[in-house]
Design a protein. Sequence first.
Length: 239
Amino acid sequence: MLVAAAVCPHPPLLVPEAMGAAGQRGNGMSEVLAACDAAVAALDAAEPDVIVAVGGAAASVVYDGSAAGSLRKYGVSYAVGTGEPVLPLSLTVGSWLLRRAGLGTGDGPGGRLWLQAVAQATPVPECLRLGARIARQAPRVALLAMGDGPARRAVGPEGAADPAADRYDAEVAAALAEADPARLARLAPPLDDELMVAGRAAWQVLAGAADGGRLRGRLRCAVVRYEVSYLVASWDAYG
């Protein structure tokens, strides 16, 4: 069953080592990174039997915890893991966060940690079923859901209002703060493209994993940086 969850975004800018000297000095992401660190630390504090990181990708694939990912596609010579880079951006950053917390090794399903890519176009029912399967993998399961909010602002005039993106942000933030899987499950897939949302599928996998559980939520961070929405949250079981 799901005993803890963390929700984190996955911009390459989150990784200070990837940004060189500029990243070490700070690039506006320090608040987001601090919240991510706290959320991932809370996963370990829940003493799970299994940790599963879930992130959007072009296709649904399971990777072991040592799988490699690279930011080279984004113009950054930085990689995590071992072997040929195969991870999508979401799980590359997720793996980096787990390794940063000392949790970055595993041997796939049946081991301590694995990484689950979920196709970003996956319909809601399939996301929910995948989450439910993940929650049944062990008596105590922790899930790291990687996903960015709307990025549509980034392609318009800087600072321009976008009421649709704001409404979407508010809906996701409320669902995360209240640990409300039903609310996450109502997010509409067509808005993925319209609002340039990268997190919907992973959030709905979390909804499937959490369904029926007694969970409380904490929204650790909800900000817009470089015209993209980033949300960080923690869920934990009680009772």
